[in-house]
Design a binder for this molecule. Structure first.
Ligand code: UD1
Ligand code: UDP
Length: 373
């Protein structure tokens, strides 16, 4: 069996790393196609180093651009590679433009698509990621869903339940495995002496491309001066903070430490020692509950409702007062904090990549990974 893996951004590299390890362990032939959507050293190469991944076999080098520009360039590049490589299965992960392009191209070449982290839905079609997930799930032949809720989403959209496998999320594999490595290797360089560490990330278009929302979040951060806020800035966010004149305001606020996007090992260690995670990231909502750190999500909806139902995550949106109130409650109310910390992890036990390979091989050998008229 030959598998082609498509990746393009930071979270895809991190979440596919355990799958690639498992493929290597089982001596399965594979090729890795990087779309080049993330290209800065600290958004891409750093993770290959931290996770000891082999170099991608192909890099399409699309870089930044509008959705149509990125997607069309990716489609052309991926089509060329898949025609040469002729894999038995194309694996995509998550909801980025690589997932949209990869699944569309492969399915039109009649190559089965396996969607890792399938079935997530925010039910908000203004998010580019929601469109990407839905298209990928129309094009896929095998669905590796993290939870029962995501399986139900797919079944209610008419997907054949026989093609759906509940595997947990590979983020747990990556997180548990690499935290141990980070504890040995990382130099703690990001972790301040202070006790009240709040780690912040944000990059979601609806937050950082909109002045009102970004400004409201920034004002909350400035007011939360009982915390030491560590803020590794995504390039999209940095660009917009500068454009809106908010960057220097944050730079001049002593309790806020702005840093470059962090490597995975350093970042995991920082997350594990944080008092609160404040984020609009998908992956961080999952990592927070895996590491038993209370999470406040800077969004009004989430495609990870399991984290909220489990009690580990609160949707605070982008309203200054709500963000401040929620962070202070966790800080002051020990019982509330412990309840969030003790929320059960809905994303599995760290064996997702094994489960993904087990079901893939079984389905392949039983002749179920084919596209029939
Ligand atoms: C993309 C994904 C998003 C994912 C995120 C992970 C889509 C539609 N979006 O969003 O789902 O959560 O990655 O981080 O696929 N830039 C750089 N250097 C880089 C990469 C980006 O400077 O290496 C800057 C560019 O100015 C670019 C902007 O960031 O225009 C946004 O990058 P883009 O790849 O379009 O989307 P992300 O916001 O990173
Ligand atoms: N991450 C990292 N360094 C950072 C910020 C995030 O290593 O400075 C990791 C984080 O641990 C998680 C992933 O990047 O595994 C999340 O990526 P991101 O938030 O960019 O994307 P999303 O998950 O929202 O798609």
């Amino acid at each position: 069996m030959k598998i082609a893996i498509i990746i393009g951004t930071r979270p895809e590299i991190i979440k596919m790393a355990p799958v690639i390890d498992e493929i290597k362990k089982r001596n399965i032939e594979f090729s890795m196609i990087h779309t080049g959507q993330h290209y800065d050293h600290e958004m891409s190469n750093q993770f290959f180093l931290d996770l000891e991944l082999p170099e991608p076999h192909f890099n399409i080098g699309v870089g930044s651009g509008s959705h149509a520009e990125q997607t069309s360039e990716m489609m052309k590049g991926i089509e060329k590679v898949l025609k040469e490589e002729k894999p038995d299965l194309v694996m995509v992960q998550g909801d980025t433009n690589a997932v949209l392009s990869g699944s569309l191209v492969a399915s039109k070449l009649h190559i089965p698509v396996g969607h890792v982290e399938a079935g997530l839905r925010s039910f908000d079609k203004t998010m580019p990621e929601e469109i990407n997930r839905m298209v990928a799930d129309v094009c896929s032949e095998i669905y590796y869903v993290p939870t029962e809720e995501s399986a139900i989403n797919l079944i209610s959209e008419g997907i054949n339940p026989k093609k759906i496998f509940i595997t947990g999320n590979t983020v747990v594999d990556a997180c548990l495995r690499n935290l141990k490595i980070a504890e040995k290797k990382s130099k703690d360089s990001l972790i301040p002496e202070a006790e009240n560490v709040l780690t912040l990330t944000m990059h979601r278009a609806e937050n950082v491309d909109d002045f009102e929302r970004l400004n409201s979040i920034v004002q909350a951060l400035i007011e939360l001066n009982e915390f030491t806020i560590i803020f590794p800035i995504h390039p999209r966010t940095r660009k917009n903070l500068e454009k809106f004149g908010l960057y220097s305001r944050l730079m001049n606020t002593p309790h806020i430490k702005l840093i470059k996007p962090a490597g995975y090992l350093d970042f995991l260690l920082l997350l594990s020692k944080s008092h609160i995670i404040l984020t609009d990231s998908g992956g961080l909502q999952e990592e927070a509950i895996t590491l038993d750190v209370p999470c406040l999500t800077l969004r009004y909806n989430t495609e990870r409702p399991e984290t909220v139902h489990a009690g580990g995550n609160i949707l605070v949106g982008a309203q200054k007062e709500k963000i401040i109130k929620a962070a202070r409650k966790i800080n002051r109310d020990k019982e509330a904090r412990n309840k969030m910390k003790n929320a059960p992890n809905p994303y599995g036990d760290g064996k997702s990549s094994q489960k993904i390979l087990d079901v893939t091989l079984k389905e392949f050998h039983e002749g179920n990974l084919t596209i029939k008229p």
